[in-house]
Design a protein around this ligand. Sequence first.
Ligand code: G3I
Length: 351
Amino acid sequence: MRIVPHHVCALLALLLASVFPPAFGQSAPATPPSLRNLGAQHSIPIGVSIDTDALETDKDYRALVSREFSMVTPENIMKFEEIHPERDQYNFEPVDALMTFAAEHGMVVHGHVLVWHQQLPDWLLNGNFDRDTLKSILREHIHTVVGRYRGRIAIWDVASEVLDEKGTLLDTFWSRGIGPDYLELAFNWAHEADPSAQLVYNEYGAEGLGAKSNGVLQLVTSLRNKGVPIDGVGLQMHATLDDAPAPKDVTSNIRRLARQGLEVHISEMDVAIEKPVTRRKLARQARIYADMLRVCLAGKPCRSFTVWGASDRYSWVPEHFPGLDAALLFDRKFRPKPAYRALLEVLRERP
Ligand code: G3I
């Protein structure tokens, strides 16, 4: 009997599978729906902040993150105190490990954060550096960190939370030490270090319309008008059941940022619930998440949607706000909550 070459058999099988019902061909097993694969249909990464200790020690956490998300933001390990603990010492090991995990799982990396007034190391806070020295320290920090991952980090939070509730510049370690031009310096140095990265200003409490979001618009518009390489704004979206921005206001805010040529990222969403956590409160939480994802999907300049944690087991909320809990999409046993199902439903809506 003449042996039919393997590749001819394969082609024949494909032909049969395409013209006959599945009984003849092996129809590909349906991949279960996830935020990641449904998000891909809308060309929008669904991201998550990463607790790297959990990533290292909790296999269920690793499985959840890689199954559900296509973008990762390090929750803490890229912050000044962690990545640059001494003036002549950088700690890249945990970041390199996260980069490896992201690459292995085809994930986009959102770098967080180069300039922030929190989580600064003592050598910096207590160094009493003059302006020129502090500028050179910040320039070296940005060039060293951004340069190390050049071409591998798609988005950088260059600066976070530099405005007060009135929308005016906060008096911080950086503004006092360098002056108000520290922001444009930081963005320019980040662009020098990696011209391919999208550079973002990241803020909380400025998602809807009001004095603070007016201040963000004015700040980023003035920077862009000076030729500062700033590409986008991160709207963090840290909400509670009683304090969530109105979807229509977020839509208006995204549109006016877009008119200035800025792209928008929902960068740190969580919706904290005042204990006791009830089914009714979880249903309200689900509506808030769904409303904001729908706004992001409708507002084309919205480029990504990130939740600030994968599971209530590792959320920052209870530690920082003892009366609040259950802010995320999966509970402490990694079971999906109504908010997760609500996001899947939104993603199933036609792109
Ligand atoms: O690393 C030390 C550890 O050595 C020490 O033993 C331990 C003692 O509690 O503290 C550890 O530092 C903690 C750090 O997270 C790293 O785990 C700090 O106490 C803790 O306050 C810090 O919280 C982070 C918080 O930023 C700091 O303000 C949260 O995990 C993080 O989710 C949160 O994230 C910020 C974003 O970066 C910016 N937007 C707001 C958001 C919420 O504040």
